[in-house]
Ligand binder design. Structure first.
Ligand code: ADP
Length: 549
């Protein structure tokens, strides 16, 4: 606290001496005390001086001196009583000693000090001590009491806790000491009300506008508290730090330091982002995005290239297969024609032994003829299928009709002399919805294959039964069978497991694809179960007639 000119008032820079005139009882008491060392007599003289005194200063000093002499005379309890009287007298509250210090607080400290020497069991002494302690603590904490000098207050604040351990330390003592140290080192009055450094290390001062007060703040506190305040005002992702002059900060990517403003000269603000730099993060995100996009583009290009390559390969394969088809077809057509022609020539030249041989030749011609028509039927069917021109004539029909048509068409190839062929048709079969000719073609192809791809001792079974709202046509043989890979591909166009074998047995890889096409057109399905070397079973399921479904 300063006066208007900026000179410190509290803490005070010195204490006023207030000596008393040595006269009357006071002078004789002093002589007894200091020259004769007769403390008992001195105490009595001081007592008289106290009673005779008209001003509080003399009275208080006399009582204080009397208590001192009683103490020296070993009459401690009496001395304590005097001191308690002095402390309890409200009129003496502001009396000061010759050194300018208040007498009562010193007397209270003395009571506490002396009381400790007397047995704790003395209740009246303990009460005196308690009273003195309470009075002293409240006075030391009372800053409205301008009479108490800072130097005395500091002394008592330091002293009291060492005597009365039950007293809590005084929180303002640090501030008192800082202010005293400041005045000692930096007595020049502050100029304007800006934050200013002092000669004390890391202590700053801030004068009020009228210069009647100077706040002293430690640098660390200023920076911590203002940082917390600024931080609470800043956006959540920004960290603000207030830096004292000369201090730098090692934060990740701070924004260039900013001046803290004219009221805090030299101080700077450091701004940084809490979770790294959002700009760098955005850039990283962007880069990741570009990398992924690039990657995806490459993947798409590669996939497209693969698709195109596959398509081109498939087209080339198809072209090759079509070429092969042409040669197969001409071969397949030529063979039966050539043999028929040879047979007809033989017959025309009458080169046969008897009726029996004639009949055999005619049967051979019929067989070749049959093979030829079957072949041509398949080609035509395939060509219509390719051009999607095959129209089906759907009707309700009995499954037996289809079986009969197929077996009749296949003719002698299933005769007992050629193979063991058995047909089993389930009882009361429901009618199916289909094209009788097309379904017969299906069975003809399956039976034809069963004949072709079995070796000697052929055994072929045709079973027809109903299950799950379908009629199932099952053609089983004990032939050469198919492995798993072949099973997956047999229904593909032009697919032949072994071309040399097919050459030898006739066929051009169309039969099963035609079967598949017709069955699908009927809303049915075809599947094959096969084991290499053991035989195959082809199963065609055709939906029942609409009315039965
Ligand atoms: P192909 O006119 O060559 O007989 P298919 O489409 O009818 O043509 O048959 C395709 C291939 O499936 C045949 O070349 C043959 O290798 C195989 N295959 C068909 N049926 C059978 C079967 N019952 N047993 C073994 N292999 C068969």
């Amino acid at each position: 606290v300063c006066d208007g000119s900026g000179k410190a008032v509290y803490p005070e820079s010195g204490s006023p001496e207030t000596p008393l005139e040595d006269k009357g009882d006071w002078a004789s008491a002093r002589a007894l005390e200091f020259q004769k060392s007769d403390y008992v007599a001195a105490a009595e003289a001081y007592g008289r001086a106290a009673q005779a005194s008209v001003d509080m200063q003399t009275k208080a000093r006399a009582l204080q001196a009397q208590a001192g002499c009683l103490m020296k005379a070993g009459r401690t309890e009496e001395s304590l009583t005097r001191l308690a009287e002095l402390a309890g007298d409200l009129s003496l509250r502001n009396a000061v000693s010759a050194q300018g210090t208040l007498i009562v607080p010193n007397a209270q400290l003395l009571i506490i000090k002396q009381a400790d020497g007397i047995t704790a069991s003395r209740g009246d002494i303990a009460a005196l001590r308690q009273q003195a302690l309470a009075g002293l603590v409240s006075r030391l904490n009372d800053y409205t009491d301008a009479r108490l000098l800072s130097s005395q207050r500091r002394f008592l604040m330091r002293e009291l806790p060492t005597l009365a351990t039950e007293t809590n330390a005084f929180p303002t003592l640090a501030a008192e000491e800082l202010a005293a140290e400041y005045l000692e080192r930096d007595p020049a009055p502050p100029l304007d009300s800006k934050l200013q450094s002092t000669r004390l290390a890391k202590v700053w001062r801030l004068p009020s506008a009228d210069r009647t007060m100077v706040a002293l703040v430690r640098e660390v506190r200023l920076s911590v508290e203002l940082t917390a305040l600024l931080d609470s005002l800043a956006p959540p992702d920004v960290r603000v730090t207030l830096l004292p002059p000369g201090e730098t900060v090692a934060l990740p990517k701070p924004i260039p330091l900013q001046d803290a403003g004219e009221y805090m000269p030299g101080w700077r603000l450091s701004l940084s982002f809490r979770d790294g730099d959002p700009l760098a993060k955005a850039a990283a995100r962007q880069t990741r995005f570009y990398l992924w996009s690039g990657f995806l583009v490459v993947v798409v290009i590669v996939m497209l290239a693969l698709l195109v390559a596959r398509y081109v390969a498939a087209q080339m394969r198809l072209a090759r297969l079509k070429d092969e088809l042409v040669s197969t077809v001409s071969h397949e057509l030529k063979t039966p024609l050539a043999s028929m022609r040879a047979l007809v020539d033989t017959l025309l030249a009458r080169r046969y032994r008897d009726e029996g041989q004639l009949r055999d030749y005619l049967q051979l011609i019929a067989k070749e003829n049959l093979r030829l028509s079957h072949l041509i039927e398949n080609f035509l069917m395939f060509s219509r299928m390719e051009r999607r021109q095959r129209r089906f004539r759907f009707e309700d029909l009995a499954p037996e009709t289809v079986v009969r048509a197929a077996v009749d068409a296949i003719g002698d190839r299933l005769a007992p002399s050629q193979c063991r062929f058995a047909t089993w048709i389930g009882p009361n079969l429901p009618r199916i919805h289909g094209d009788a000719d097309a379904l017969a073609t299906v069975l003809i192809n399956l039976l034809d294959n069963a004949c072709k791809y079995t070796n000697n001792d052929k055994r072929i079974d045709l079973r027809v039964y109903s299950a799950n709202a379908h009629v199932i046509f099952e053609v089983a043989d004990n032939g050469i069978g198919l492995d798993r890979g072949q099973v997956r591909r047999v229904f593909d166009r032009f697919y032949q497991v072994d071309q040399s074998l097919t050459r030898q047995r006739g066929g051009c890889g169309l039969g099963l694809s035609i079967v598949n096409y017709i069955v699908r057109a009927h809303g049915g399905a075809v599947e094959v179960e096969s084991e290499l070397g053991k035989g195959s079973t082809f199963r065609v399921s055709i939906p029942l007639s609409m009315r039965l479904r």
